[in-house]
Design a protein around this ligand. Structure first.
Ligand SMILES: C=C(O[C@@H]1C=C(C(=O)O)C=C[C@H]1O)C(=O)O
Length: 356
């Protein structure tokens, strides 16, 4: 692990692109270190490497497998979780601004143009000292069930996150995806109970995925919705798996799934336009997706992709962290509760940072 992090520090000092990641419930830490600073793109989704795609637009950045070296190490040191329950001072202006955005979303839903929209905000916090390696170690220690990553490109910037949401796992012609929505803060051992609003909101996501994958897939099986833990939060989750048709491509499957109503809304295009017109900031790579693309499996001829939605993430810029968080809005949403939910989501990153 020490050598691995020395390599990370050298790569960063040389200003060369890299990605470090650890999959959910896994002790393997993987790094792709690009050997030049070129900006490569995944165009037809037949490339091999690590892809990093924005919420909007088609420019998906690729760290190509054949232009990088891959390192792997096992996470051997498990530190005690420092459960620093971070107490935040409330930013009244940001609260009012977000609540009025949520109200706008509720009004648009009441008019019937939309069924669900995911509205988000960005918060900038000062860092007292940012050490990439120690913050990343804290991230992987604190969120063992998340996909944890640190991604850097000198022409784009530095992003980190611990996401609970998988966009797609594909193994040659089989696929797995999930429908995730509804959020509440875990309270000790207290049983998690979901309200109708949250169950309904999550069902929208499941229905959308099933409807849209119908043309491209076969033999789809769906689990019942269940409670899944993500750090100190709980969500409702449904597992969906099946087979990709012989005449459908990975690119088609990804383009119907991204952005799902878990991060955008319904109908997809109306929700997306509402977000672009009203959020008032650029999501960039937040609610985009990232992960392994067309990796060769152990068995001959096996090709695997494993993509995640970029949630519970931040961008590090000039000694500041830009944190991103959003909430699914439906007709029954209450603006103040959505604000609180966004504050709870911001804690995922705040807890691991040394804040000023
Ligand atoms: C948009 C985010 O999360 C999404 C929205 C959720 C919700 O509305 O309850 C839950 C999980 C995610 O699909 C985020 O974390 O920023």
């Amino acid at each position: 692990m020490i050598d691995f992090f020395i390599k990370v520090k050298q790569q960063k000092a040389q200003n060369l692109p890299f990605v470090l990641y650890r999959k959910p419930n896994n002790i393997k830490l993987i790094g792709f270190f690009q050997n030049n600073d070129h900006l490569y793109f995944a165009e037809n989704f037949e490339e091999t490497g690590f892809v990093f795609a924005p919420f909007e637009g088609s420019q998906m950045i690729l760290i190509p497998r054949n232009q990088s070296v891959k390192w792997e190490t096992l996470i051997t040191s498990f530190k005690e979780n420092e459960d620093s329950d971070f107490i935040d001072s409330e930013d009244i202006q940001a609260k009012e601004h977000f609540e009025s955005l949520v109200q706008k979303g509720i009004d648009a839903i009441a008019k019937g143009t939309l069924k669900k929209v995911v509205l988000s905000r960005k918060e900038i916090v000062g860092l007292s000292n940012f050490d990439l390696v120690s913050i990343f170690e804290k991230l992987i220690q604190n969120y063992p069930t998340a996909f944890c990553y640190c991604w850097f490109h000198p022409k784009i910037g530095l992003w980190m996150g611990a996401t609970p949401e998988r966009l797609l796992k594909a193994n040659t012609n089989t696929f797995y995806t999930m429908s995730l929505a509804g959020t509440q803060k875990l309270q000790g051992d207290k049983e998690v109970v979901w309200e109708k609003k949250e169950m309904e909101e999550q069902q929208f996501v499941t229905d959308f995925i099933l409807d849209n994958l119908k043309e491209l897939t076969l033999e789809v099986s769906v689990s019942s919705p269940y409670t899944a833990q993500a750090g100190t939060l709980a969500h409702i989750k449904t597992d969906i798996e099946g087979v990709i048709n012989d005449n459908s491509s990975l690119k088609e499957v990804v383009s119907v799934l991204h952005p799902t109503p878990a991060v955008c809304g319904l109908p997809k295009e109306v929700a997306k336009n509402f977000i672009l017109e009203n959020e008032g900031y650029d999501r960039e790579y937040y609610t985009g997706f990232l992960g392994e693309l067309n990796k060769e499996g152990f068995n001959k001829g096996e090709i695997k992709s494993d993509l995640y939605v970029n949630l519970r993430c931040m961008q590090i810029k000039d000694n500041q962290a830009h944190l991103y968080m959003g909430c699914g809005i439906t007709k029954d949403s209450i603006p103040e509760n959505e604000w609180r939910e966004s504050v709870n989501k911001s804690m995922t990153m705040k807890k691991i940072l040394d804040l000023k």
